[in-house]
Write a protein that binds this ligand. Structure first.
Ligand code: PLP
Length: 399
């Protein structure tokens, strides 16, 4: 039995069966490379689903992690900690938000956003408004509230009822549907500026402008879910910055500590008054170790101009990938995305193409059966992306 087969057996025997895993066992990683148990090398075009935005196992981050692990790791939020305060200051400089709440994942950040929106409406605005309107095709997480907010049906919701009340979703891009859905019970509209799990679908700029104006007109909050699109991935610190709007709340997680679990919810100073001591909390959120690592992540993103890099590489990729549409008009529909959040929409089922790419050493994701989703480390060499395009071109020619 191979090392891989042995591991599959162990995992299947002992771990809850919730994932459709790729037939690959990863044993180590460096930069934009993954290595399996048998020593095969892969070009990583997924970054652990937009987590290792700065690449895997960096020495500068490992050093910070090692040093901090000997000083202070975690003591809970019953105490003040310099590491957390320093991170908050750095992160708040990246947008107009006034306050941050630290947690441990994207779902938790969105859960905090939903709770804050509801509590702000009731406690600060004295309004019995609790409804959250999201977009169809969205993905907001797997807690009961965030899976209910998610604008998709299927396994994500099946069998988990009764689901929390006060959520509805409307078609993305349809401003009249949104206008009709808003009532005096609406607390917030929550959207991903670029739907990730939904297939790398950036919202149209005109739609977002009108959506932000509508939220103001109706006095409801606008929440941006930046869990996948944030932290320089889209070519700006936050994807909403492409649209010239300022959300009342936005959320982040994934690459905040480049691989250690961390989430964050940002709000304006006014909206943040919806929380008070005892109203919301988490044991681990903003612990010293993850905060120190995240601080270094923010420094590197600023110092190495990672957002600009992602923007440049993304534009070049789309330019070169357009060749695929010309060369394979019956198979490739479009290439879309912002920065290094990229989707290649196929006209055919993508399973065999996806498997062939993996066999040739490329790790990426296939969404909705027809969209090749690329979320490479933002530090990747363009040559790796070019090699991917060349390989994909070869596979499309053979199929
Ligand atoms: C846009 C978005 N929101 C929320 C989540 C949930 O994040 P987590 O898996 O860290 O709970 C994800 C995860 O993929 C996501 O892409």
């Amino acid at each position: 039995m191979s090392k891989h087969d042995n591991l599959v057996k162990k995992v299947n025997n002992n771990i809850c069966n919730t994932y459709g895993r790729y037939p690959v066992s990863i044993s180590k990683a460096k930069g934009a490379r993954l290595y399996d148990l048998d020593g095969n090398e892969y070009i990583d075009l997924l970054s652990g689903i937009s987590v290792a935005n700065l690449g895997h196992c960096r020495e500068d981050l490992a050093k910070v992690m090692a040093e901090q692990s000997q000083k202070l790791v975690q003591v809970s939020n019953l105490f003040y900690q310099e590491e957390q305060a320093e991170l908050a200051e750095k992160l708040l400089k990246t947008s107009d938000a006034g306050k941050v709440f630290f947690c441990n994942s994207g779902a938790e950040a969105n859960e905090a956003a939903i709770k804050l929106a509801r509590r702000y409406m009731r406690k600060v605005k004295n309004k019995e408004a609790y409804e959250i309107i999201t977009l169809q095709g969205s993905f907001h997480g797997r807690t009961l509230a965030t899976l209910t907010a998610t604008g998709q049906d299927g396994l994500i919701k099946e069998g988990f009822g009764p689901l929390p009340e006060g959520f509805k979703s409307v078609p993305a891009g349809d401003i009249e549907a949104m206008r009709n859905a808003i009532s005096d019970k609406t607390a917030a509209i929550m959207v991903e500026m670029i739907q990730g799990e939904g297939g790398i679908r950036p919202l149209a700029p005109e739609y977002v402008t009108v959506l932000a104006a509508l939220a103001k007109e109706k006095d409801v909050l606008l929440i941006a879910d930046e869990v996948q699109s944030g932290l320089c991935r889209s070519g700006k610190w936050w994807a909403f910055q492409h649209y010239g709007i300022t959300p009342d709340i936005f959320t982040s997680a994934k690459s905040l500590a480049n691989g250690l679990p961390m989430g964050a919810m940002f709000a304006t100073d006014t909206v943040a008054t919806g929380f008070e001591p005892g109203s919301h909390a988490t044991t681990f959120g903003g612990g010293a170790l993850v905060s120190k690592v995240a601080s270094k992540v923010v420094d590197i993103m600023n110092d190495e101009k990672i957002a600009e890099r992602a923007a440049k590489l993304g534009e070049q990729f789309k330019k070169e990938a357009a060749e695929l549409i010309t060369r394979h008009p019956d198979k490739v529909e479009t290439v879309r995305g912002l920065g290094l959040m990229l989707g290649i929409q196929l006209k055919i089922d993508g399973s065999s193409i996806f498997a062939a790419l993996r066999d040739k050493g490329f790790i990426l994701n296939l969404t909705k059966g027809t969209i090749l989703r690329l979320l490479p480390p933002l530090t990747i060499d363009f040559e790796d992306l070019r090699t991917f395009l060349k390989t994909l071109d070869g596979i499309l020619s053979e199929n």
